[in-house]
Design a binder for this molecule. Structure first.
Ligand code: ADP
Ligand code: MG
Length: 268
């Protein structure tokens, strides 16, 4: 495998403040990668999982996705092979990606979710030979970067979703600092729910003041919000301006990966 092929296998963590649109953006990006012919595994690590809905599954289908077994760890010295876990626990979605559910809180007082985070960490560390893009939809908060080892420590890119609010940009800045400490190579932001040119300017200025690269801005789309309220099932029609913005974000991510591949040392 050449360095470029290896690097073009993308492992992407989607993070951000609660409600900014992580799950929506994760679903749209995963779908767009699949449309571009990439083999995608989308991992839901939210303890209240609903990435399946964004990938076109019904609520019943989303809830029926089996949760990865507790304490499964892949890689050297682990308990399972990544391909076996994906084959047994992954579910196809109308959007194209295979969905894995890593963490679910099914009962009050059922204990912590550490083992699910350890499983995701080990999956990201693995080579995942048959997968082009591994995309992880995270729960809000910073714990996935601070917990022992960091759930996303082996991600290539952290995509921090922001809405046009100061607090979401502050969250991104705190996240970026932790991600850099963990050694995640690329940390970029995507603006979401932009309604006006002022919103777009806010993303550009506020993020650049924090030294954070902006990979693209997705507009506020009333159809996305309405489909969510209606509990719409199946694949949504994506508005042309959202589609354009998604294309820009994917191109920006591909450019990051190509740069990383060019600067990587020669490989086997
Ligand atoms: N670009 C967008 N346009 C309109 N509504 C959006 C957009 N992105 C997300 N939303 C809405 O915002 C709410 C929170 O989105 P969600 O993806 O669940 O956020 P998170 O995963 O960050 O908690 C949902 O109601 C969703 O439909
Ligand atoms: Mg979410």
């Amino acid at each position: 495998m050449t360095a470029i092929e290896k690097k073009l296998r993308l492992k992407l963590g989607i993070v951000g403040k609660g409600g900014v649109g992580k799950t929506t953006v994760a679903g749209l990006l995963a779908r767009e990668y699949a449309v571009r012919g990439r083999r995608v595994v989308a991992i839901d690590t939210d303890s209240n999982p609903n990435l399946g809905l964004s990938l076109g599954l019904s609520l019943a289908e989303t809830e029926a996705v089996p949760v990865l077994p507790r304490a499964a760890v892949v890689g050297p010295g682990g308990t399972a092979a990544a391909a076996d876990l994906i084959a047994e626990y992954g579910r196809p979605t109308p959007a194209g990606p295979t969905l894995l559910s890593a963490i679910k809180v099914a009962a009050a007082g059922a204990g912590c979710t550490c083992s699910g985070h350890a499983t995701v960490r080990s999956l990201l560390a693995d080579a995942l030979e048959d997968v082009d893009v591994t995309l992880v939809d995270m729960e809000a908060g910073l714990e996935h970067l601070s917990r022992s080892g960091g759930t996303l420590a082996h991600a290539d890119v952290l995509l921090m979703v922001c809405e046009p609010t100061r607090k979401s940009v502050l969250t991104a800045a705190r996240t970026a600092a932790l991600a850099t400490e963990l050694g995640i190579p690329d940390v970029v932001a995507v603006g979401n729910k932009a309604r006006t040119a002022e919103d777009v300017a806010f993303f550009r200025d506020a993020l650049s003041a924090e030294g954070i690269e902006l990979a693209g801005v997705l507009p506020y789309d009333a159809e996305v919000a309405a489909a969510d309220r209606a509990g719409a099932v199946g694949l949504q029609v994506v508005a042309p301006e959202v589609q354009r913005a998604l294309g820009e974000v994917l191109d920006a991510l591909d450019a990051l990966q190509s740069c990383a591949a060019r600067s990587a040392p020669a490989d086997e």
